[in-house]
Structure formats: structure tokens, C-alpha cells
Design a protein around this ligand. Structure first.
Ligand code: CLF
Ligand code: SF4
Length: 514
């Protein structure tokens, strides 16, 4: 999915578009409202054209888009103004990133160059996010300077910001003036008593506040910032870390509070906590949720506001599709010696092809769903999928670093999560322990869709009650999931199999580096 390699010479060329983006029209291209001029608009659903334009190629704000479009983070913001009990300051901000990950810090100039380097190598990279490694608004000049530089040199890249919200009300106008259309606020509580168990202190107006007093300031500033952003038409996502026994039940109230203030999307993420992260929660043995606990909470919050379930808790210097990490290809040292050719026309042509693929996948899903019309059943199943992107089943079982999980019922197929695993295949040989880890990670699934699978893991999966399925290799995921489900219902009806509820599954807790 790339345009050639990058030559190792110091050079920068920015090619201007032959036509402005809003000026594009015609069959197969996109109109200004983001709808295909040929009719169908894959994934638009009930969104207004204005919102659709903002989310259609943002991999975090659209689950469909995340199969096709990439984001990159620029780690320009090292300082933070609060302390979270799930954070160790040696590492990245755990409000978005996984604990135990250290990102390479950049100056705004280095970051702007990196954006052009990535944009020229990865035409499906559509979003620049600043998410740390500390808090972007505790480093406002570095954050805004980076956005200003990128807006000048790469005008088609969406700008995205993720913050703990403490300083948000002070910067809403600047965010708006810079055309930052997407802001994430991490809101883990609206009750300062709960907050005091998560935040030991906040540093505000040159003073350190602790306990309930500090959490109250933080909560008020977060909710005020959210209201101010949505009043200006800025799309807001709220991230919440689910901490069993501390805020798990309370997050339903958080969901209602942020929904009523106009948040567009709620992303409830699992606490990832292990002693080796050196965090207060890690050292005290605070556990994260299981897969079923997380899903149950996400399901209970799913109402008018959409729930995000495809978050990968990325590093603050992540590059690539969600779930892949190409940051090592774009280190500060490497980007200085790359030939960078930022060609907007070429990027747009590539993205138009991606849109055609999305429309084809949506049409295939719709046609498959029609085969379930009139069928009634209380059964729903989970299916794990090995994929490396494009919405297809295109990864070998042994090469999968994660499995995407789809829930399928007579209503259709829906992405409900992902499970990170160790590679089963370690350079030509398989680790028996790895299969156990995979089985625990997808234990709630009845089947796993793969492009290929070897004999040993196949037998192991069958023994664990999970059906390995490779007959849909390279096909679209959702279409295949619906086809499998139709056959599954038929097998249940004829008595060939019995439908039983599967057990719970693990969310990986150990230190993660990618
Ligand atoms: Fe980055 Fe965050 Fe913007 Fe996305 S990530 S600043 S909204 S571009 Fe996305 Fe990564 Fe989850 Fe964040 S998957 S951690 S939600
Ligand atoms: Fe760490 Fe982020 Fe919390 Fe700051 S806001 S303490 S960087 S997790």
C-alpha cells in the first residue's frame, strides 16, 4: 500500500495539487460533502454530510475507516500537569498510549518534516495526532507550533489532539482557529471522590492540589472544555480508562454526562496494569478488566452516542494503520536522510481507490445480509479474524499480532474489539505457549478466520472448541462473517452442532512495545 521506497538523500519537495480538494467532482471521485457522486456512501449511516466529511477517513473516529486509513503521532509534548495512578512518567501518557512505551521526542520542526516524510511514503496516512508523551496542552507552544507548520505544508492532513483536559478551556479558541477538528479528552470520572482514587494531584494555576480538591478542579475543567469545543462544532471523543472496582460502574454516569455535552464518540479502554510498568496501580496489584467485562460496559453505554471499540492504545510516536506500528521506519535520524516528495494529487488518487474498495466491501456486506432477511434467532456469536488491513481476511494465523473480534447475529456483523497476542510463529518455528495465549485471548469466539493455518495450531484450536476457518481467505471480513453465521444457524437447526455460550477471554496486560 505504498508508493515506492524512500531514497536516502536529504531532499524535500512539496508538489501542489492540480485542483483544490473541494473542486473535485465526477464519477468515482468525492464531492465536497464526502458522498460518492456515484451513489452509495460506504459507512455514512445516519451521519450528516458535514460530520461524515470529518470522520470518513479518520481511523479513530470511524471504525470502517480504520481498516484503510492510517494516523501518525508526533511526540512533541513531554511535560504533564497532573498525575494519574496508571502512569509512570518515564513512559508515554497512558491516557492514550499503552504503559511501558517510550516514544522518541521531536521538536516541532522535526515533527513537521516527519509528517511530510510519512505522508509521502504512506498515502493513506490522513491524520496527525498529538497525544504526548505528556499532555499536549501542558506544552502548548510546541503543540500549536507543530500544527501551524503542518497546516502550511500538508493541508490535506487532519489535525487531532488528545488531552487530559485540565488546560482545555484556556486553549479552545486557539484550537478552533487552527482548524483542529478532532479533540479527545480523557475523562475517567465526574465524581471527585472517585477521581481522588485515580489522580493523586493536579497542578493548576501554579499550585498543586491533591485528593478530592484536585479531582474536582480537573473534572470541572474537563466538562467545561468539552462544552466549549462542541459549541464551536469541534468533534469530541472522550477516552475513559476502565478500572475495575474504582470507576467501572461510574463510567455509565460519565457516558451520560459527556453525551449530554455533545461528545461524538466514547472510547472506554481497559486499564493495562502490570508491576513492571512501575505505576501505582501496577504495583498495588490493581487488575484490568476481562474481555467480557469491557464488552458488557461498552454494550451498556451504547446508545445515541457511538462507542469506539477499535482503539489500540497507541504510542505517542505511532505511525501506520491502528494495530500496526511503523514508527521505527521514521526515526528522527532516518527522516533527515530521506527524499520526501509530498504529492497531494497522488495522495488523493490513492485515497479515491481506497474509497472504491470501501464501497465494494459495503455492497458485498449488504448483499450478504439480505440472505438473512426474515430469519429470527436469539443466537449471536463472536468470530476472531486475522487481518492486516483493507477489511479483508488476509493474515496467516501464525503471523497475527492481534485478532479483530466481530459479533454476528441476524442483525449483521459488528466489530466489537481486538485481542493482542504473541506471534504464534516465531521465525519458522511455533511456540506451544503462544497457542495457549492465543486461545485465552479468543476463548469467547466460536471461530477464527485466517488466510492460512498450519496443522498443529488447527488441531489445538479445535481441541479448545474454536473452529479455524480458512475458506474465506482474502474475502471481505463482514461479508464472510455473515455467510458463516448463516451456515452456523443452519448447523444448529439440523442438530449438527449445539450452540453454547463460550467463556471469558483475556486482555493482554504485560508490557507492550509496539
Ligand atoms: Fe491519535 Fe488519538 Fe487522534 Fe487517534 S489515536 S490523537 S484520536 S489520531 Fe486512536 Fe490510538 Fe486509540 Fe487514540 S487508536 S490511542 S483513540
Ligand atoms: Fe501520565 Fe497522561 Fe496522566 Fe499525565 S495525563 S499523568 S502523562 S497518563
Amino acid at each position: 500500500m505504498e508508493f515506492g521506497g524512500l531514497k536516502r538523500v536529504a531532499q524535500l519537495r512539496v508538489m501542489q495539487p492540480a485542483q483544490s480538494r473541494s473542486g473535485q467532482q465526477g464519477c468515482g471521485s468525492k464531492g465536497a460533502n464526502g458522498q460518492s457522486s456515484c451513489g452509495s456512501a460506504a459507512g455514512q449511516g445516519d451521519l450528516t454530510p458535514e460530520i461524515w466529511e470529518k470522520v470518513k477517513n479518520h481511523p479513530c473516529y470511524s471504525e470502517q475507516a480504520h481498516h484503510h486509513y492510517a494516523r501518525m503521532h508526533a511526540a512533541v509534548a513531554p511535560a504533564c500537569n497532573i498525575q494519574c495512578n496508571f502512569c509512570n512518567r518515564k513512559y508515554d501518557c497512558s491516557n492514550e498510549s499503552r504503559p511501558g512505551v517510550v516514544s522518541e521526542r521531536l521538536t516541532p520542526e522535526q515533527a513537521a518534516r516527519k509528517v511530510l516524510a510519512v505522508a509521502s511514503a504512506i498515502p493513506q496516512m490522513t491524520v496527525l495526532g498529538i497525544a504526548g508523551p505528556g499532555d499536549p496542552l501542558a506544552n502548548p507552544e510546541k503543540t500549536f507550533e507543530t500544527f501551524e507548520l503542518v497546516a502550511k505544508t500538508a493541508p490535506d492532513i487532519k489535525l487531532c489532539l488528545s488531552t487530559n483536559g485540565l488546560m482545555l478551556p484556556d486553549y479552545v479558541d486557539r484550537i478552533h482557529a487552527l482548524n483542529v477538528d478532532h479533540v479527545t479528552i480523557t475523562i475517567n470520572m465526574i465524581d471527585p471522590v472517585v477521581g481522588a482514587k485515580i489522580y493523586p494531584w493536579v497542578f493548576y494555576n501554579h499550585k498543586r492540589y491533591t485528593g478530592v480538591e484536585g479531582a474536582k478542579i480537573l473534572s470541572e475543567r474537563q466538562l467545561l472544555g468539552l462544552e466549549m469545543l462542541t459549541a464551536r462544532g469541534i468533534l469530541c471523543k472522550v477516552n475513559s480508562v476502565m478500572i475495575p472496582g474504582i470507576n467501572d460502574r461510574h463510567l455509565v454516569a460519565v457516558n451520560k454526562a459527556v453525551k449530554s455535552r455533545g461528545a461524538f464518540l466514547h472510547n472506554i479502554m481497559p486499564l493495562i496494569s502490570a508491576p513492571e510498568h512501575g505505576t501505582v496501580f501496577g504495583l498495588s496489584g490493581q487488575r484490568g478488566p476481562t474481555a467480557q467485562e469491557l464488552k458488557a460496559l461498552q454494550d451498556s453505554c451504547e446508545g445515541e452516542m457511538k462507542m469506539m471499540r477499535h482503539c489500540r492504545q497507541c504510542r505517542a510516536d505511532a505511525v501506520g494503520l491502528l494495530g500496526e506500528d511503523r514508527s521505527a521506519e521514521f526515526t528522527a535520524e532516518k527522516i533527515m536522510s530521506m527524499e520526501v516528495v509530498y504529492d497531494l494529487d497522488r495522495r488523493q488518487a490513492y485515497q479515491e481507490k481506497v474509497e472504491l474498495q470501501r464501497e465494494a466491501a459495503a455492497a458485498a456486506k449488504k448483499a450478504e445480509l439480505e440472505t438473512l432477511a426474515g430469519k429470527q434467532s436469539h443466537i449471536s456469536i463472536l468470530i476472531a479474524v486475522a487481518t492486516k488491513g483493507g477489511g479483508r481476511i488476509n493474515e496467516h494465523f501464525g503471523h497475527a499480532k492481534e485478532f479483530q473480534v466481530y459479533e454476528v447475529s441476524t442483525a449483521g456483523a459488528k466489530f466489537v474489539g481486538h485481542r493482542r497476542v504473541d506471534l504464534y510463529c516465531q521465525g519458522g518455528y511455533a511456540e506451544e505457549d503462544s497457542l495457549e495465549i492465543v486461545v485465552r485471548a479468543i476463548n469467547d469466539c466460536v471461530a477464527v478466520f485466517v488466510a492460512r493455518i498450519g496443522g498443529c495450531p488447527r488441531d489445538g484450536l479445535i481441541a479448545a472448541g474454536i473452529e479455524p476457518v480458512d475458506r474465506f481467505a482474502l474475502e471481505y471480513i463482514e461479508q464472510s462473517a455473515i455467510a458463516y453465521f448463516r451456515e452456523y444457524l443452519e448447523r444448529v437447526r439440523t442438530g449438527e452442532i449445539q450452540h453454547t455460550q463460550r467463556g471469558d477471554a483475556d486482555i493482554r496486560q504485560g508490557a507492550l512495545t509496539a
